[in-house]
Write a protein that binds this ligand. Sequence first.
Ligand SMILES: [Ca+2]
Ligand SMILES: [Ca+2]
Ligand SMILES: [Ca+2]
Ligand SMILES: [Ca+2]
Length: 324
Amino acid sequence: MYQYFLIAIILIFCGLSVDGQPVPAPDENIPYLMTFGHNAEKSWGDDDFSQTFFFKIPKEYTDPFYIRIWDPDCAGEFDEINGFFDTRTTFEIFGGEGCHSLDDAKGIDPVGNYKSGNLLAFKDFTDEPEYDNNWYTFGPFNPTEGEWHEYWQGYIFKIIVEGVEGDDGNMYRFYLTTDPDINRDIEGGNAFAYEYSFRMHNNPNEVSHIYPFVDDRAISVKQWNWDWDNDGVIRIVSVARKGQLSKVSGDDNWIEDDFQILEGEKNTSLDLQLIKRKEPPLVRNNNVVINVRNQYNEVMPFFVIPIGGVPRYKYSIGVTKKTK
Ligand SMILES: [Ca+2]
Ligand SMILES: [Ca+2]
Ligand SMILES: [Ca+2]
Ligand SMILES: [Ca+2]
């Protein structure tokens, strides 16, 4: 009996370690990141054909690491065809001074010097069966090739994905890993973005999540989303918020919703629950974009592994205490 228990424990731990650090992460339950070729109409769901993500390598980790891309090609399985597949997607990895700290790097539009820092690696993909439902591995990288971030106590790297030719939708994921061939966790590693372009689930019962981090300067928040196709609602949960409904956009437009930060929410993550529409017509293959800004119009980071954990509503914070 005892040995079965031990084997079960070992299997659980092995299972965890080979999961790697996927982006999107399990708590987000987002099926794919998405970037279209720049000749696509924006009504397909991508507002600017460019996606930026950052990886954080904690200072305790000093060995080389890798960034793996799942399904980097745009053809075959998973990708969204528009006529025929003719899209070329570039993946560029940056490190060094300014790769994150420069304002343009943190913008939500691909303008100015957003490709700041040192270009460490580059590869483009078209219709390549070799990488269809398969991996491409960037690296090895040394953690110190990134840009040191004092507040997050780690080195930051940037990846920019762009649809430079064609009009089809490329679906993909990233994995941060210690191993070039297997996905293995970097303890304390994380990834974040200031704007997220992704594909929603087709199953209306699936709920996806985004976790913006509220720093201590935030007083109010503006939630912006693009091309939601009226696919359900966004419900905001936090340590102080039980479930507040926020607006979603229709076809080919942005919508903005403002709300105040509550006491207890600073230095925690919000949980934006993306709840799909359950009545017909069901929305399929829904590509969307979302960003969240504070009262200064500064974008707030979404960490794939939420800072402070997934927030749970605490009655004692959310309700004004009554004296008995
Ligand atoms: Ca594919
Ligand atoms: Ca096409
Ligand atoms: Ca793909
Ligand atoms: Ca859409």
